[in-house]
Design a protein around this ligand. Structure first.
Ligand SMILES: CC(C)(COP(=O)(O)OP(=O)(O)OC[C@H]1O[C@@H](n2cnc3c(N)ncnc32)[C@H](O)[C@@H]1OP(=O)(O)O)[C@@H](O)C(=O)NCCC(=O)NCCS
Length: 146
């Protein structure tokens, strides 16, 4: 695998194109509570993107996780999520919503939760309150005790 770093990324046309081509939402990318990252190889090429949306009560929504198609199935998605989680405060209560990749997130410690178990702060994000289908799977990160 190439040497990779995770660096902050602006909301760019490239980010939007990557998300759109993967069928992910771009209608709610803007906002001061949202931060995006690019997974970049040693040549400066972008391998994938991720995002975090900070909500009330220390809740965080992991979102916009995408690996550029030509780089998929080489372990980059796993690295992208590991490095993104490592950026989050240990006290953060991390959630995500996915319509198709729940089993991809399980090895990191994400477990499916019922909608009524998710905090209001997460349910009221635009992803959960409107843009994502009600059938989307909601997952919560269970971190090992430190
Ligand atoms: C999901 C995604 C990020 C995975 O990236 P990737 O670089 O292909 O993933 P990796 O190569 O690191 O795969 C790690 C493991 O996850 C599995 N996996 C990959 N994509 C998966 C998916 N969509 N669903 C379930 N498992 C998946 C792989 O088979 C691999 O398993 P293994 O270790 O047992 O072989 C990528 O397929 C993608 O961008 N998909 C479109 C966007 C998306 O669905 N994002 C997630 C929802 S926000």
């Amino acid at each position: 695998m190439r040497e990779l770093i995770l660096e902050p990324a602006p909301v760019s046309d490239a980010l939007k194109a990557a998300l759109t081509s993967a069928g992910l939402l771009i209608d709610d990318l803007e906002g001061s509570d949202r931060t995006y990252f690019a997974l970049v190889d040693s040549d400066g090429g972008v391998v994938g993107y991720s995002g975090v949306e900070n909500c009330e009560s220390s809740s965080v929504l992991l979102r916009s996780v995408v690996v550029i198609p030509e780089f998929r199935s080489q372990g980059y998605g796993r690295r992208l999520v590991e490095l993104t989680i490592a950026k989050l405060p240990l006290a953060a209560d991390v959630y995500l919503a996915t319509t198709s990749a729940a089993t991809f997130f399980e090895p990191f410690g994400f477990m499916v939760v019922d909608r009524d178990q998710a905090p209001k702060a997460i349910l009221s994000t635009r992803q959960l309150s409107g843009l994502c289908p009600a059938s989307a799977t909601i997952m919560r990160l269970n971190r090992p005790p430190t």
